[in-house]
Structures are given as C-alpha cells and as structure tokens.
Design a protein around this ligand. Structure first.
Ligand code: TXA
Ligand code: MG
Length: 315
C-alpha cells in the first residue's frame, strides 16, 4: 500500500540515520514519546530553537522542555540536587519534568529556556526517542508537536494535522500510551508541582516533600497560558449538553451509550480517561460537533491533571 503521508515513517535504521542528520543540521522532526508527540530540535542550536517557536507560533516567553538520555548528559546543563536524585531514581525515565537551576557554562540556547536561569528537563521513556538521543551528542528541546494553545498530538496523524508537510519526518510510534503531557515539578526552591500529570502529587509526596499551591495561584509556569489545550471548539465543563448536536464527554458506567456520548472510561479508570481525553476531543471535532460538554470528573489523583487540561480547554 502506498503511504499517502509523504513524511510519516515507521521507525527503522534508515529513518534513524535520516532523523539524526536532520537534527544535526538544525532542522526539526516530530518524535513519539510515552506522553504526547514532540517537535524536536537541537537544544544547543539557535537555528533549531528559532524554528520551533516559529512553527508552533509559540510566545517566546514560554520556555521549552529539554530532553536527555540520562543524568550524566543532563548534568552538563543543570545543577542537580537531592530531591532531583530521589525522584530520578524512582520515576525516570518517565512522564515527569524537573525544573532545575541552569549551569552558567551550559550551552543551551538562551531562547530555549526563555532567557531564564532555570531549565525544565525530562528523560522520556519511549524506545524511539531514546534511540535517537543515543545517536546524537546534544539534548533535544521538545515541546508538544502542536500549534501553540492547541491540543497535544498523541499519534503521527495528529501531528500531520498540525504541520502537514512542513516537517521532513514524523516518526510513527503508534498512539502515545499516556496521552497527556508530563507532570512538571519545580525543584529550584521548595518543591512544588507546576503542571499536574499522570504522576500524581501523592506519588511524588511518597518520595519527597512538596508544598501545595494555593488554589488562586495563577500562571505558575512562565509563559503558561490560561487558554491552552484547546480543541478549537468551545468546551463546557460540569455541564450537560443542550441537544444531540452537542458532544458529551462522560466518565464511568452510569452513562448509557448514545450517539453524542463519548465515554472517557466506562469502568471509571482515571488513567484510561486521561489517555482518551485528547483523542476523544479530536474525534468529536472531526465528527462535526460544534460544542463539547463534559460531565464531572473526580478531582483526585490523575483526575487533577484531567481537570486542569479541561479547565484550560474551556477558557
Ligand atoms: O510530556 C511532555 O512534557 C511533552 C513531551 C513532548 O515531552 N512536552 C511538553 O512540552 O508538554 P510543552 O512545551 O508543551 O510544555 C512545557 C511546559 C510549559 O508549561 C512551560 O511553561 C514549562 O514546561 N516550563 C519549561 N521551562 C520551564 C522553566 N524553566 N520553569 C518553569 N516551567 C517551565
Ligand atoms: Mg504543549
């Protein structure tokens, strides 16, 4: 069968070689990770970083996450501490990002970190990106592969929908298992969660002490927009649909099957609901629904991350 998407490739040795060549030249590719698909570029290259901001239409005060293969590579750019080591040992590689202080001799491009003296770093757990990281001698700046303020992509076709042929390579690694972005933990001062994710605060609390954020604290990550993760149609949370033309995202077994009902997890599993969230919102939009209503999702554990994304989508 002919591949109609000229830039979507399954992973192979040949594609790996082509990918590393593109990255070394300061160009961009899209790679799968366990959370969402990323738009990857050389974090030391001004050319690559400029391209990322331009292609995503991302405000330049919103710093990027820098992805490393291992701790040894990361210590070239950041100052590590005990809390980081504890979390790294238990959770990495995995769906968690750490904000640490930048080393003065770091070669990270200034714009990649939005001129800050801190850096967000992550060690992704997906064999394709780990294999790419093994074959290059620089870290990858990698935001989610979507236009700024849109939903993160969870498979190669989602990325294609965002950037079409503007990328030379989108590596197809199937659906991202987790389906929402990593948990971001600030470790520069008293540890705190900046962005909730699949690694919940209680999981982190078992490893280190964290301070809880006051409910009213807004815009905790630099450049973090309150409108974000938008499917491109209005989203209403904790509200019932008005008619059959409204899509209704529901959670749990008490909901019947109806044409405009989309169950994030029939068995009431928050992890499953998180992995279905963006997929379902994209599907609903493609089906032609003009509005999305969402039933109540329990605000515990992973539910906190789901509600965070829904709240931003509804802004
Ligand atoms: O799962 C993920 O984290 C995905 C995959 C591709 O790795 N990446 C991702 O990147 O979600 P992005 O660019 O969409 O989100 C980066 C988040 C933003 O909320 C940004 O504000 C925060 O990380 N961030 C980056 N650098 C920071 C810093 N120095 N201090 C605080 N927050 C930072
Ligand atoms: Mg993003």
């Amino acid at each position: 069968m002919k591949n109609i998407y000229s830039n979507i490739y399954p992973f192979s040795k040949k594609v790996l070689k082509k990918t590393t060549k593109i990255l070394k030249e300061g160009d961009l590719v899209s790679l799968p990770t366990e959370t969402v698909y990323g738009l990857a570029g050389n974090a030391y290259s001004k050319k690559a970083i400029n391209k990322i901001y331009k292609l995503k239409k991302r405000p330049k005060n919103n710093p990027l996450i820098i992805h490393y293969l291992n701790i040894k590579n990361a210590t070239k750019d950041v100052i590590i501490n005990d809390n980081f080591l504890k979390l790294y040992k238990k959770l990495c590689p995995g769906p968690v990002t750490f904000v640490l202080k930048k080393k003065s001799k770091s070669k990270l491009n200034m714009l990649a970190t939005a001129q800050l003296n801190t850096v967000a770093i992550r060690f992704p757990n997906h064999k394709i990106i780990r294999s790419v990281l093994k074959h290059i001698n620089f870290p990858l700046a990698m935001p989610s592969a979507n236009l700024s303020s849109r939903l993160s992509p969870i498979n190669a076709l989602d990325v294609f929908d965002e950037f079409h042929e503007k990328l030379k390579i989108i590596i197809n690694g199937g659906n991202s298992k987790i389906g929402i972005e990593s948990t971001v933990v600030d470790l520069t001062e008293k540890p705190r969660i900046l962005r909730p994710g699949i690694i919940s605060s209680s999981e982190i609390k078992k490893i280190i002490k964290i301070i809880s954020l006051k409910k009213k604290t807004k815009l905790i990550s630099p450049g973090m927009l309150s409108k974000h993760y938008s499917p491109g149609i209005p989203v209403y949370i904790n509200k019932k649909p008005k008619n059959l033309k409204d899509a209704y995202l529901v959670f749990g077994k008490k909901f019947k099957n109806k044409n405009n009902y989309f169950n994030l997890s029939k068995k009431g599993d928050l992890k499953e609901a998180a992995s279905n969230l963006y997929r379902t919102m994209r599907k609903v939009k493609k089906k032609g629904f003009k509005r999305i209503f969402v039933s109540k999702i329990p605000n515990i554990g992973i539910g906190v991350a789901i509600n965070d994304r829904l709240k931003r989508a509804s802004n």
